[in-house]
Design a protein around this ligand. Structure first.
Ligand code: SF4
Length: 347
């Protein structure tokens, strides 16, 4: 599990007489993850197992293992899918070449790419067609970055952090724009942009925020809680970018320590020594049941008082992918959106 401890010595929580939990809201599933998970569940119901999924549908261990038990087969490459089979593309998006690979194998494809990732793909295509140099802020090798870069590889340069700005070169400093991965730290990204703009004063901003609403809201809640928090527990997987960012943001904003756990049984009792206030949140790919397990674990150890910290309200829902809605409608004679929330094991 990832862990971080702040370097500032904060003297607080000397007494653990008052034990409480601050519970972040919003936390857990975002609209893109919700849609992607339901897509796999519905596809399994509709077509029967196996249904192939290229890459982890979302970056959460529990979600992936649960769907595997129901008959989903996760593969890394399109070529691992048998000819003519059904394959779902994950929420993180794919490069155009992946669609070509699927077509060559006559695969039936269902694209569960989050619409907010698709939006960044569209921006990349548009700026590339206008012959801009695109500085894509993101993490090398992350599936979303691979997918977005694949839209216009000859126009996109990856910028991983503020420290990488010095190495960046462009063809024409008058025609340069920055875009970003959707799940980054807002503050670090803005620092990268500040340094890029020092170097390229004509740098254009994206038409709208690329860091998505869910990433921003979860970080906002953690920022509000962190100064009052001795220990922040973030439920999420290590390969979940937005979950890892939440641990970093917590410690940067005053939590004395922060840890990332997939499951409640990964919590070390020693973390609770001298701790009065525990902050709890979860990444955008985490089912609420895992948070409830953490709250039960804490309640058993005296942390029964749970106070919600509400930083934003969320109500966004995305329609299921068109391909799936069409097939659901053909089978059920019903509007697929009306049946989207009757699947339940991962919600
Ligand atoms: S974290 Fe944001 S971009 Fe990623 S799936 Fe969720 S809503 Fe979409």
């Amino acid at each position: 599990m990832a862990s971080m401890t702040s370097t500032t010595e904060t003297v607080r929580a000397e007494s653990t007489d008052t034990k409480r939990v601050l519970l972040a809201a919003p936390r857990g599933y975002c609209a893109g993850v919700d849609r992607a998970v339901i897509t796999v569940e519905k596809a399994l119901d509709l077509y029967g197992p196996p249904v192939y999924v290229r890459k982890e549908i979302v970056h959460n261990k529990h979600v992936v293992t649960t769907l595997e038990k129901r008959g989903a087969i996760f593969v890394d490459e399109t070529q691992e899918v048998p000819e003519g089979a059904t394959v779902i593309f994950s929420a993180h998006g794919v490069a155009p070449v992946v669609h070509d690979e699927a077509a060559a194998l006559s695969l039936k494809t269902i694209d569960a790419t989050c619409p907010l990732v698709t939006k960044v793909h569209r921006e990349a295509k548009r700026f590339a067609s206008d012959d801009f140099d695109i500085l894509l802020i993101g993490h090398e090798g992350h599936e979303e970055v691979v997918g977005t870069s694949g839209e216009a590889p000859e126009h996109i340069t990856l910028v991983e952090s503020p420290d990488h700005v010095d190495e960046v070169t462009v063809r024409d400093p008058e025609k340069v724009v920055w875009l970003s991965q959707t799940t980054l730290s807002v503050d670090e990204t803005m620092e990268t942009v500040r340094r890029l703009r020092e170097k390229f004063p004509k740098l254009q901003d994206p038409p709208s925020d690329d860091i998505c609403y869910a990433t921003q809201n979860r970080q906002l809640a953690v920022k509000q809680m962190a100064p009052d928090t001795d220990l922040m527990i973030v439920v999420g997987s290590r390969n979940s970018s937005n979950s890892v960012r939440l641990v970093e943001v917590a410690v940067e904003h005053g939590a004395r320590a922060g840890y990332l756990v997939d499951y409640a049984d990964e919590i070390d009792e020693a973390w609770l020594e001298g701790v009065s206030t525990v902050g709890v949140t979860s990444g955008a790919s985490v089912p609420e049941v895992l948070v409830r397990d953490v709250l039960s674990y804490l309640a058993e150890r005296g942390y029964e008082d749970v106070k919600p910290i509400v930083a934003a309200e969320e109500s966004l829902l995305f329609s299921l992918p068109n391909e799936l809605r069409r097939d659901l409608k053909a089978k059920n004679g019903a509007d697929a959106d009306k049946v989207r929330h009757d699947a339940g094991s991962l919600h």
